[in-house]
Design a protein around this ligand. Sequence first.
Ligand code: 6R9
Length: 635
Amino acid sequence: MSNYHIKNLEEYFQVYRKSVRNPTHFWEEIAEENFLWRKSWDSVMTWDKAKSKVTWFEGAQLNITENCIDRHLISKGNQTAILFEPNSTDEPAQHITYHQLHERVNQMANVLKAKGVQKGDRVCIYLPMIPELAIALLACARIGAIHSVVFAGFSSTALASRINDSDCKLVITSDGSYRGSKTIDLKGIVDEALSNCACVEKVLVVKRIHTEIPMQAGRDEWIQPLLDEASMVCAPTIMEAEDPLFILYTSGSTGKPKGMVHTTAGYMVNSAYTFKNVFQYRNNDVYWCTADIGWITGHSYIVYGPLANGATTIMFEGVPTYPDCGRFWEIIAKHKVTQFYTAPTAIRALAKESLDMVNKHDLSSLKVIGSVGEPINEEAWHWYNDNIGKGKSPLVDTWWQTETGAIMISPIPFATPTIPTYATLPLPGIQPALMGDNEDELIGNQVEGKLCIKHPWPSMARTIWNNHKRYQETYFSAYKDMYFTGDGALRNSVGFYRITGRVDDVIIVSGHNLGTAPIEDAINEHPAIAESAIVGFPHDIKGSALYGYISLKNTGESRSHENLKIEINQLITERIGPIAKLDKIQFTEALPKTRSGKIMRRILRKIAAGEFDQLGDISTLLNPEVVKSIIKNVV
Ligand code: 6R9
């Protein structure tokens, strides 16, 4: 029996039990049997609990691109590795074979080298969903540079702070991007960001939308002529198992975004293993994940996991509603997609449209459908399961995080039964624990608590870039010797897990994690504003949307509330990006506070949700009278 590919429930339980008895042996077998190593490891895992330092496969040497590309060349050289579906339906899809991917990655790797990028240097990638994005990640990995992808929907301020935090010396971007019927001036955003980034020496620009853009002499260069001249041969740099592969920023509940650091070997083994099992990928399948590579889902399940398994992976440049809201279903029919992986927010938006938009497309190629990014509500689960999965393709609700690197809790299709809204069972090698309010582990079934993970797993983030202290405090200080996820969960009567949502100040809007602190910081920059508090409230399509309580300075503000609202959202768009705009804004003379001066967000959340009868005891507040007036003026 190979541990690598689980085919039924009995096998799952067998493998799971084995993995819990001896996690290191379990992962070692998988690593040994399924990957290409230049040198084997000296130790499978080390865990220094006092320092929160974990290593996997230390002593091993490898290059992840050899595993994702080179080793498939003989058997799959002419198979499509990346299938690119452009934004416009008038532009043909591109099939990039493993051979071509090999050539293009090597060319880009050689260009980076020629520009002075060396092993360990950080490269920022700010690109739309075009093939060059995946190629750029792999080119960095080829030469041991650490990539830091910034989602191309982030503003110039957000981009600049990420570039500076990890001291990137080179940026790869494009002249612009297509988004449905619109174009976005990405290079302009980069130019603005770089006026505050002294560390960046070079900018390489992909031509995508063919607009006239300014190029700064000595700094900016079009990438294509350089690629055309570059050799298609580039020997992979041999990496140590624990060398960083990439940094990816994620919002925290406080402070600036955290640069999560993922290392090479463990991330590769874990992302590949979970891809194979959760999607039950077989030869000749066509797999499609609709995420953007700017998020962890795209890193692990568009690029590394699929390619490590020699899969065909689709990259879609556009949006689900362009040219019409049947686009997803049209693409599934067009490319005979076998596995489809998307987010609940997309499902909720498309479920509002007429079913004809679905039913006119042939979805019979589908075998597995998946969900990720936030809890999937019951209604959306049924709509997706019935109309897309047709009740025959299992719906895998996959729970995981940027920090975990790979899927942690998820059904395995055709093995684990699926239940609406349940992520069901932990994957082999993963040991969840639910913690009670007294920091005790809740044993047995029918319990609800805070979700932790007991034993290290290979793809866990090793640190926060330049801030190991914050890593320790955020993830390893709440409970002894456990990783704390920031999520709540329940375990039902048969041991299946349901994720109930964040238990901290992170709000998930349309699947994007947003910390309340950076949004409040942006708002508080407004000269008329004294204080603000952001909370999430239930929203039909976005899952959660943002509600802002704003108190103004007593300076005789002459601007109207309507104008202030516009200015607040402008500030947020500039500082963070349009995804963080507030759906509702309420002006209030004060915010409810505890006697120690903390804003009582719990109460503000209840008010925003309309649950006025569930405020709990407010008598201990410093200013209980404020609550009444907030309720009276609720938006
Ligand atoms: C992969 C990804 C992580 C947070 C996580 C949780 C929420 C993700 C979920 C889910 C319920 C699921 N989340 N998947 N909640 N069910 N299937 O999304 O990473 O962007 O870091 O977000 O998303 O709250 O803690 P990331």
